[in-house]
Ligand binder design. Structure first.
Ligand code: SME
Length: 160
């Protein structure tokens, strides 16, 4: 049985240290990318409060394709450069969006989403996937969240 959830009221930096350790432990030595993405999507969902979606889009044949996730069914294909995910993938840069309704081109997969964090996963200098977190809370994510998810993305580079 796995139970990696942090204790209630754990400070955010400590939460992300524990999350990185748990993500490392869950994926170390496992070569199956789908299994690893599935467990990380579930881990993010368990660890981070106030999410309505956590998961992956993978770069496949020049577009983003839905990967393992927790939450409601979502848009399946997103062109690079479109939406928050497509921009994160095409620019190779984290997108921290406090208000998705003010983000030009945001793709609404679930009307309850108000804020979003998208972090690219790169291997050998190329974006291979993005980690997408959505929240119904406005401005749910900050620079600490971005840094914490970027550390997970770096660790996953050769595991997904
Ligand atoms: N909102 C994203 C689409 C993916 S869903 O949030 C799961 C975007 O604008 O790219």
């Amino acid at each position: 049985m796995y139970d990696f959830r942090p204790a209630p009221d754990t400070p955010k930096p400590e939460t992300y240290r524990q999350l990185l350790d748990a993500a490392d432990a869950l994926t170390a030595g496992e070569p199956d990318a789908v299994a690893n993405m599935a467990n990380i999507a579930a881990l993010l969902w368990d660890f981070l409060p106030d999410l309505n979606w956590s998961g992956f889009y993978r770069v496949v044949d020049g577009q983003l394709v839905l990967g393992p996730f927790m939450g409601r069914p979502a848009c399946i294909r997103i062109p690079l450069g479109q939406g928050v995910c497509g921009i994160a993938a095409s620019e190779g840069k984290t997108q921290l969006v406090e208000d998705v309704h003010a983000f030009p081109g945001h793709i609404a997969c679930d009307a309850v989403t108000n804020s979003e964090l998208v972090v690219p996963v790169a291997r050998d200098g190329h974006v291979i996937a993005v980690i997408d977190l959505d929240s119904p809370e406005p401005a749910r994510f900050d620079a600490e969240d971005a840094a914490g998810i970027e550390a997970v993305a770096a660790m996953l580079s050769t595991r997904i």
